[in-house]
Design a protein around this ligand. Sequence first.
Ligand code: ATP
Ligand code: MN
Ligand code: MN
Length: 307
Amino acid sequence: PVMDTSSAQPEKQPARAVTLTHPDRVYWPDVGITKAGLADYYTAVWPRIAPFIIDRPLALLRCPEGMEGPHFFQKNAWKGMNAHIVPLDDPMGDAAGHLIGIHELDGLMGLVQGATLEIHPWGASCRDWDHPDTLVMDLDPGEGVEWQAVITAAQEVRERLEASGLAAFVKTSGGKGLHVVAPLQPAADWDMAKTFSHTMAQAMAADSPDRFVATVSKAKRHGRILIDYLRNQRGATSVSPYSTRARTGAPVSMPVGWEELDTITGPAQFTVNNAMERLASLRTDPWKDFPAARQPITTAMLSRPGH
Ligand code: ATP
Ligand code: MN
Ligand code: MN
């Protein structure tokens, strides 16, 4: 099945400046999604995905032969990359090369042309590299964890973030879990963001040691959910809302509303093939308040995160 965008795209899309080579190359063979189909998906979600991927460093999962071929994680500019992908200079970076970003839809089409199957932005804008504007709590269920327990964990992270004075939004990862995301005013530095999220993860593991772990070591993961706070350090990335995943079924990381979370059947429920139908049927964007809900992490929060 190829995505049906006929009902979801009543308006004519802008002409593309980026020429796709091999538009019929199949990227997700199991569901028949081609490079051209990927470009159509991203063109349709552009207004939604743009705030999360423009003007920030991006790491790309590139798969030139599609999801079943070799994958590589690309953090730096490369020879021959599309001209709409822009080199970014990390003020703290070394000579290892330029990081990469995009400014507009043509940039996103440049990513598609470069066989980008996953887009992983930093949690900071390149206007202010050292003060994150996004905090991500990545919930990684170990073996044997029920999906409902992941939902309950996300609700608990939300309560703790809100008790600290931050807003919380949730999305499927498109992989195995959920991501709870807090919009930040870029006031605190990376050290503070990491300390804040680490302290929260430790508090959850201390309060419910049978349910949560806060350390990445595999040993204690079985039957528990890792509260992965390590997205919140300088240079770390996490998959963007609306990004596709290089996994079976062409799943996407989909923003959902807290009130609908209990109805979500799994982390890969939303895919390239059903995303536009979902977005067209929603009365409001569940993340519409994200930009207006930005709050700073303060030093006062560091002593009592989530209590
Ligand atoms: P899941 O729900 O399956 O955990 P996820 O998006 O939370 O999905 P992964 O895809 O496993 O997690 O990625 C873990 C983190 O590491 C992501 O935040 C991603 O940005 C980063 N990452 C992924 N692949 C690489 C890689 N090859 N090299 C470095 N970092 C990577
Ligand atoms: Mn995860
Ligand atoms: Mn993780």
